[in-house]
Design a protein around this ligand. Sequence first.
Ligand code: PLP
Length: 424
Amino acid sequence: MRVSEMNREALEAFQAECQKQYTAFQAAGLKLDMSRGKPAPDQLDLTNGITTCLSEEDYRAENGLDCRNYGCLDGLPEAKKFFAPMLGVDPEELIVCGNSSLNIMYWTMSLAMTNGILGEKPWGKYDKVKVLCPVPGYDRHFAVSQFLGMELVNVPMREDGPDMDIVERLVAEDDTIKAIWCVPMYSNPGGVVYSDEVVKRFAALKPKAKDFRIFWDNAYCVHHLTDNPPVQANLLEEAKKAGNEDICYMFASTSKITHPGSGVAMIAASENNLKYLKNALGFSTIGYDKMNQLRHLRFFDGKFENLIKHMKKHQALIAPKFRIVNDTLERELSDLGIANWSDPLGGYFVSFNQKGCAKRIVQLCKEAGVVLTGAGASFPYGIDPEDENIRISPTFPTEEELQKAMDVFVCSAKLAAAEQALAK
Ligand code: PLP
């Protein structure tokens, strides 16, 4: 029965039942964590061979370069060739960087603030510059822009990507809007895959600011949970067709492919953008970790298809966890009409919405020993206007721990719904 159709008596009985269950969970002294979008240890084990795949004599690139030494600022040529298919670009459109794509996003945005883009006035010299933030979105993206002094502007997400009518209107009328954050494949946290139409509308954007950039973070581009993953139009390719190739920076990394923190990150962009970025890069590093690039090449035997096969092993480990989350939510909540949630085809998160209840659910879970990402974390300034969104990260706990955590979660969601309805 839907909670909205329960009379007071039924609601009180429903609350009493939820409270009884909840008290039992509290007494169990659980200590579970669904807050972190991290690979589990068994996923990390898949890549253990990367630490031993280079022999002592194996330190030369194909062109004979000694990778132990300085040099080769924009990445090994074979690393560019290997990683180019990840972002769907040509090898010469890529810089292969260090261990973190977030670091490169920070660096490119910070560079725009201090030095401007392609000869334009530095963003930091304006009284105010703004960045569009599709919501819910990735908290660290928003934090980067806020830290650099930008104003964050919410843009609603739809099933096929950000609301492009709003994006097009805002960027066309306001030249203080300099950027937008996008996670086009399996967005964090909604799991949204931008449609080809949305990609093409991004590619054809006509911003008032000439130095506007799309920060296209394709962090989950090979992180599928299904055997028939969606295929997406390529932003840079579409932007070229639209004569607009300078509009985007595209990012990815192997953080959740090999080992987070010891992976390889990359940025792809147009020829103009890359020239400008490489020049600036030369002032901040003499070169990235080429031995790690070499390790990645050796581990995958230089074949991108091996990386795709490796991702199938990740899929086998984590798809059952996403099933546990969805099955538990379906079984316990679908008849109550109190919430909706994503059932993503890839990525690392499930996005759960229950209007007016997010903070209360997170608090109830915490008091019963289950840690969730803070309510509001997926919104600029941590403010969820409807107090509805919770990001669930199923990958790190074991299946057994996850099931227990989800049992507490649905019990907390029901209790919060009962309290809300009774308070009306
Ligand atoms: N981008 C998104 C959308 C993420 O969810 C994450 C990590 O959770 C990152 C980037 C971090 O990437 P990296 O480890 O390459 O810095």
